[in-house]
Design a protein around this ligand. Structure first.
Ligand SMILES: Nc1ncnc2c1ncn2[C@@H]1O[C@H](COP(=O)(O)OP(=O)(O)OP(=O)(O)O)[C@@H](O)[C@H]1O
Ligand SMILES: [Mg+2]
Length: 298
């Protein structure tokens, strides 16, 4: 029985995972690599920060953390050191431009998903309290639909899928959407079309994808907006300077602002289904590991 007369100690309550004032979690994924996830994640985080909000950008790419490459900042430690107890989450945060915080999660996230209970508990305890410092968490995932991407995607409140007109990108984006909606049909998904020739091409690509989702999955996805293929984006990535800072009046920057507005307007996951970033990973870890056990026992 909780004693309601005393102020709750968030660490003592960690097993309850109280989720009041928790941040809204946005995960960016795509299936196919190289379609513009990191560019979108970084710029989205910067635009959310402009709203005077506290923003955490999580680099969850398991192979090669790349948020730091795009921002020109280098991590000195990752979640691996949090798992061993050497560092706290706050100690591994890197300060990005305009005051966004970057969590270099990289390949250690996969270890975290499969870690022993006592390690999971240690990380869980360090996440509780820590993530309440933020209004928004933006998670940049790697390519594919591995365990790490699935766990982060299913745990998020809103999922952004990036697709380009390339047929391989369309197939892979549909594959991701199908896999995730089959697991969680209520997951809110927004499609962002990237590297299109113009807005019409972007909108038509969305319509085509949404039709497939309606027809074959009996579900729907929303349209976030279209980013044209633009030399300034390539240049900004190469200069390790995000386009919203480097080219504030460019077409891609205006598209990114529209996408940010659409994302904020989009209905979030049902409050009863919303959990903390860590619990999202933990819950889905159990689902994923359970599935792997089922497969290996067949
Ligand atoms: N709208 C665009 N116009 C022109 N070039 C773009 C655009 N979006 C992305 N690019 C280019 O595509 C490259 C890949 O972008 P980015 O790193 O954001 O993709 P990613 O999906 O995160 O890749 P990975 O799967 O390897 O993590 C960038 O180096 C950039 O040059
Ligand atoms: Mg990337």
């Amino acid at each position: 029985m909780l004693n309601t007369n005393t102020a709750p100690n968030i660490f003592a309550l960690s097993s309850l995972r109280v989720s009041t004032n928790r941040p809204e979690i946005f995960t960016i994924t795509s299936g196919k690599g190289g379609v513009g996830k990191t560019n979108l994640s970084v710029n989205l985080a910067l635009l959310l920060k402009r709203l005077k909000k506290n923003v955490l950008l999580v680099d969850a790419d398991i192979h090669l953390g790349n948020v730091d490459l795009l921002l020109g900042v280098r991590p000195t430690a990752t979640i691996a050191q949090v798992m061993t107890g050497e560092k706290t989450l706050a100690e591994i945060i890197i300060k990005g431009p305009t005051g966004i915080d970057v969590l270099p999660a990289s390949s250690a996230v996969l270890d975290m998903i499969e870690a022993e209970e006592k390690v999971i508990k240690r990380i869980g305890d360090s996440f509780v309290g820590f993530e309440h410092n933020y209004d928004f968490v933006v998670v940049d995932t790697g390519a594919g639909i591995g365990k790490n991407v699935t766990a982060f995607s299913l745990g998020s409140d809103k999922l952004i899928v990036v697709v380009t007109p390339d047929p391989a990108s369309i197939t892979d984006a549909y594959g991701v959407i199908k896999t995730l909606l089959q697991k969680v049909p209520s997951l809110p998904i927004m499609l962002v079309t990237n590297m299109v020739r113009n807005d019409d091409e972007g909108l038509n690509l969305y319509k085509k994808m949404n039709l497939m989702v309606q027809r074959f999955l009996g579900n729907k996805i929303l349209f976030g907006g279209a980013i044209v293929r633009d030399e300034n984006v390539r240049q900004a990535v190469q200069n390790q300077s995000p386009i919203v800072l480097e080219y504030p009046n460019s077409l891609p920057t205006n598209a990114l602002k529209l996408i940010t507005r659409n994302l904020l307007k989009m209905p979030s996951k049902d409050a009863r289904e919303r959990v903390s970033l860590f619990d999202g990973l933990r819950n889905n870890r159990d689902t994923i590991i359970g599935e792997l056990d089922d497969q290996s026992s067949k």
